[in-house]
Design a protein around this ligand. Sequence first.
Ligand code: SAH
Ligand code: SF4
Length: 361
Amino acid sequence: MTPRSLHDFTLPDLERRFAESGVGPTHARELFQHLHRRLATNLTEQSRFLPPLQRWIAANYTHDSLPLDVPEVVTETISTDGRTRKYLLKMEDGNAVETVLMGYPGRFTACLSTQVGCAMGCVFCATGQMGFTRHLRPGEIVAQALHAQRELTKLNGEKLRNLVLMGMGEPLHNFTAVMQALSILTDSRGLGIAPSKISISTVGHVPGIRQLAAQPQRYHLAVSLHGATDEERSALIPVNKRWPLAELLAACREYSVSTGEKVFIAWTMIAGKNDTTQHAAKLAEILHGMKVQVNLIPLNLTDGYTGMTTDQRTVEEFQRILLAANIPTTVRQRRGIDVDAGCGQLSMRRERGAVVSVANA
Ligand code: SAH
Ligand code: SF4
């Protein structure tokens, strides 16, 4: 992958590239901190490293503009309780992705996108309904977290401590860029987010799960299961045909054995489709003996899918059955629903409810 912007580089990459052009490592560190700690949106503020950096840019880039990833905020949508903010961010080539900032004082989480659209085609998901446009570069993933931190700094000065890769796209389908972005985001000379505060959610991309297990860093892994038989799962998640349940569950077991970590199982509950007591019993059966924690997510409605949300009582009954089978099970809080910022609602298609402000208008 060829880096296109200065936000694409890890600090060691930057040092190496600078060294190749005879620019000292101090300049690389200065630049990295300028971008990732001081959250700079341009390079003119910090003139002292400009001459060597300018020489390096001139030697490595053909265009005049300084190559940074500072996406344009197209819209900002704030939920009625003020705790969820969704940003539509436009990238350099005009494509846009959504980033969500969720929080309570002391605990802010940014939900990042990893692709423009998604190739996995899950029927209940607005991003899946859009199809796939392209992968995001590391700098474009990093830029979303930097944007969230800039917003937090403006709002209340708090530090962003948690990241979830649960926005648009399938993170493990864009493995190299995602890993590079996380190396940048966890660097203590930048945002310095602890790996233990980062969750990667996957549709069940089996080769990606194996690659993730082989990485030195430990992030949390969440697997979107949603069906406990191949027939039912394939109807919701077409790529189940490529990586069927037996293979996926084997990869999850291997992941726990080799990393010592539990795997979070996401279960989006859809009325009548996967939320009955029989479904709960079947799920408990296939997860038996695994190191897992189940997270139940009531379906968020999207335009392209007719499925309905499971009611609260049915969710609780489902949870009770799993708990009785000794499977730790939580119910995910429903956040950002009134601004279509809930899981699977990111589609860039419409804005409704709440406050919408259009930047640069
Ligand atoms: N591609 C990854 C991460 C992005 S989706 C994945 O699929 O895991 C993040 C989570 O939102 C997944 O668990 C996904 O199944 C869930 N999701 C998608 N559409 C949803 C919807 N309409 N309602 C509730 N959850 C949804
Ligand atoms: Fe892609 Fe995840 Fe949506 Fe499936 S649920 S279409 S994998 S973003």
